[in-house]
Design a protein around this ligand. Structure first.
Ligand SMILES: [Ca+2]
Length: 665
């Protein structure tokens, strides 16, 4: 993934890592980060692809160059092609890059075919790929449609099936797709009679391998011709079909690599682009099997005439009941039916169209007497019916149909007859079908309805390393160039959306995701966060009575705090009550002592208003001082002290007010 603007991204990723101090905020940041990273990875991929596209250069083919330089670290990709050369023992190789030698066009014609098309006159050319051309690289191209093509070449040395594997590998590109046609290769059996100029469909081959397609039937053939050791006859053995979908290989107009590996242990593998698509055993996975069954059904055995194959029969002892009337009809007239009211007996259902006119060119002699076309009688549209009324039919309750005896198990049932088995007179056992007839030539004998099938880089060898190296130098180079020419991701997405318009919805959702996440989580998150901080601060601060009264509404959700506040309120109320009581006692005492009750107002206010400031207290105190004398003071002082002690559980503010009052008094 490519991320531009490194510094910005570092900051962003750091933010994603640390997030916000609160849990909820962390959650939101995670989502936001995920969304933005998703978006950036998509766009970065596109950028990356486009950058690569821009940087790829395919240099002109240089025959003298021996270098293949693929330097991804730098800003340019250089592809210099050189014709592959085998690195080990081979039986055959062909690159088509130089002068074409050794290949022979068939001069004969196909057997049992219409004379007009029987001739092998299909045209072959040696040329480069039409798309994703690798300069200097050429292949053999089937050029004609609806014609038979046949071309072949002798191997460098025959392949003898003994103790070494056979590896057959080549490239095919259906440059124009493929409607109906084959691109398989035949390994022609060694024979003194082998004459490449007469190569045709009946020329004996040992192995046929490669793609073939017609309509929607996609095949990858692997057929070998097995020699019956008893009769000496050859029979084609067809490998089971690969499980993979072959369609893409035949329709993507890319060069694909087809490999067949046959091993002396009688196993095989088929690969496309170096991925195994089918493998198995020559003894077990072919139709018909290499080895015939040991027993066969006796062709002379015949089913006896009295062989009873009926599992069930009608019960012979069953008797038709007396009351079973087979003659009752299935349907009868409904005698309860009544003709609907308003039925127009005299009106026909159809009438001649009164608006129809005889065509001007109507010829009575030629066309007969003209009659207006029939139309539904408009009078019948509003009536329940027209014409003669007929009673409707109904199911006959007495209907029973033909009587049949119930079925029972057949006591004489003998089962399904089959002929007896006898030893197979043609039985043989070939435990090593790998040991096939030696091959000494390769041949392409093909018919196609689509032209421009490209073949290249044939190799027949025994070592995988040799085939792989050959593939790397040939097919690998084609693949590299094709990959470099691939459209960027953006173009691919657009192309895909043209084929599947619903993809637009996906694209829009993908692009809208980070924006939506930002809107959803960032904006509301700010508010929620502030709320959380506010509450946290409240909880952490020591609670005072004033704050409890002010903040009561804000602490709606905090049940514990609410309870705490209630408790404190109760305490304060209790203190007030006690102070009041003491005051009343004091006033009573004063009255008893025959003194003025002037201080009672001030004292009362001071006792009630816990917020009362010092000035008020002073005024009250001064007032009492003017009217009272020193002897009074000493008496009341003792009483106040008593009151303070009795209200000793009271908290700060109340206490301090009382203490100040006591001092001033
Ligand atoms: Ca080539």
């Amino acid at each position: 993934m490519f991320l531009g603007n490194g510094r910005v991204w570092e900051d962003f990723l750091a933010a994603c890592g640390t997030g916000s101090p609160t849990t909820k905020m962390q959650f939101q940041w995670d989502w936001l980060c995920l969304g933005v990273l998703l978006f950036s990875s998509v766009t970065a991929e596109i950028e990356d692809e486009e950058i690569q596209d821009a940087d790829v250069e395919v240099e002109d083919f240089d025959k003298t160059s021996q270098e293949t330089d693929v330097d991804k670290g730098r800003t340019s990709l250089e592809v210099v092609y050189k014709t592959p050369k085998p690195i080990g023992e081979v039986y055959f190789t062909e690159t088509f890059d130089g002068v074409l030698t050794g290949w022979v066009l068939s001069k004969t014609k196909k057997e049992d075919t219409d004379e007009n098309i029987a001739k092998y006159d299909g045209r072959w050319e040696v040329e480069g790929l039409k798309e994703n051309t690798v300069p200097g690289d050429q292949g053999l191209v089937l050029k004609s449609t609806a014609k038979h093509h046949a071309i072949s070449a002798m191997l460098t040395k025959p392949f003898i099936f003994a103790d070494k594997p056979l590896i057959l590998q080549y490239e095919v590109n259906f440059q124009e797709g493929i409607d109906c046609g084959g691109a398989y290769i035949k390994l022609l059996s060694s024979s003194d009679d082998l004459d490449l100029e007469y190569f045709f469909d009946k020329t004996p081959y040992t192995i046929m391998f490669g793609p073939d397609k017609c309509g929607e039937d996609y095949k990858l053939h692997f057929i070998f011709r097995h020699k019956n050791p008893k009769t000496g006859d050859y029979e084609e053995k067809h490998a089971k079909r690969p499980d993979v979908d072959l369609k893409k290989f035949y329709s993507d107009k890319k060069t694909h690599l087809y490999t067949l590996v046959l091993k002396p242990d009688d196993t095989f593998e088929m690969s496309i682009d170096q991925t195994v698509v089918s493998k198995g055993s020559l003894l077990e996975d072919f139709v018909p099997p290499v080895n015939p069954p040991q027993e066969i059904e006796d062709p002379n055995d015949k089913k006896p005439d009295d062989w009873d194959e009926r599992a069930k029969i009608p019960d012979p002892s069953a008797v038709k009941p007396d009351d079973w009337d087979e003659d009752e009809p299935a349907k009868i007239e409904d005698t309860d039916a009544v003709k609907p009211e308003g039925w127009l007996d005299d009106e026909p259902e159809y009438i001649s169209d009164p608006n129809a006119e005889k065509p001007e060119d109507w010829d009575e002699e030629m066309d007969g007497e003209w009659e207006a076309p029939q139309i539904p009688n408009p009078k019948c549209e509003t009536a329940p019916g027209c014409g003669e009324w007929v009673r409707p039919m109904m199911n006959n309750p007495n209907y029973k149909g033909k009587w049949k005896a119930p079925m029972i198990e057949n006591p004489n049932y003998q089962g399904i007859w089959s002929p007896r088995k006898i030893p197979n007179p043609d039985y043989f056992q070939d435990l090593h079908p790998f040991e096939m007839t030696a091959v000494s030539a390769v041949g392409l004998e093909l018919w196609s309805m689509t032209s421009d099938i490209y073949f290249d880089n044939f190799i027949i060898c025994s070592e995988k390393e040799v085939a792989d190296r050959w593939a790397a130098d040939g097919w690998g180079m084609k693949k590299l160039v094709a990959s470099a020419n691939e459209p960027g991701m953006f173009s691919q997405l657009m192309t895909a959306a043209e084929d599947h318009p619903w993809l637009w919805v996906l694209y829009i959702l993908t692009l809208a995701l980070p924006v939506g996440l930002g809107v959803l989580f960032c904006w509301p998150a700010k508010k929620v966060d502030d709320d959380i901080d506010y509450k946290k601060t409240d909880i952490s601060k020591p609670i005072t009575k004033g704050e409890l009264e002010q903040g009561g509404e804000e602490l709606e959700d905090e049940a514990e705090l609410e309870e705490e506040k209630q408790n404190e309120d109760d305490i304060v109320e209790e203190e007030r009550r006690q102070v009041e009581e003491k005051k009343h006692e004091l006033i009573k005492e004063k009255k008893k002592m025959g003194r003025k009750d002037a201080p009672s107002e001030g004292e009362g206010e001071g006792g009630e208003g816990e917020d009362k400031d010092e000035e008020e207290e002073n005024e009250v105190a001064e007032g009492s001082q003017e009217e009272g004398d020193k002897s009074n003071k000493s008496g009341s002082e003792d009483e106040m002290k008593e009151a303070d002690e009795s209200a000793g559980s009271g908290d700060g503010p109340t206490k301090s007010v009382r203490k100040r009052r006591v001092r001033k008094d």
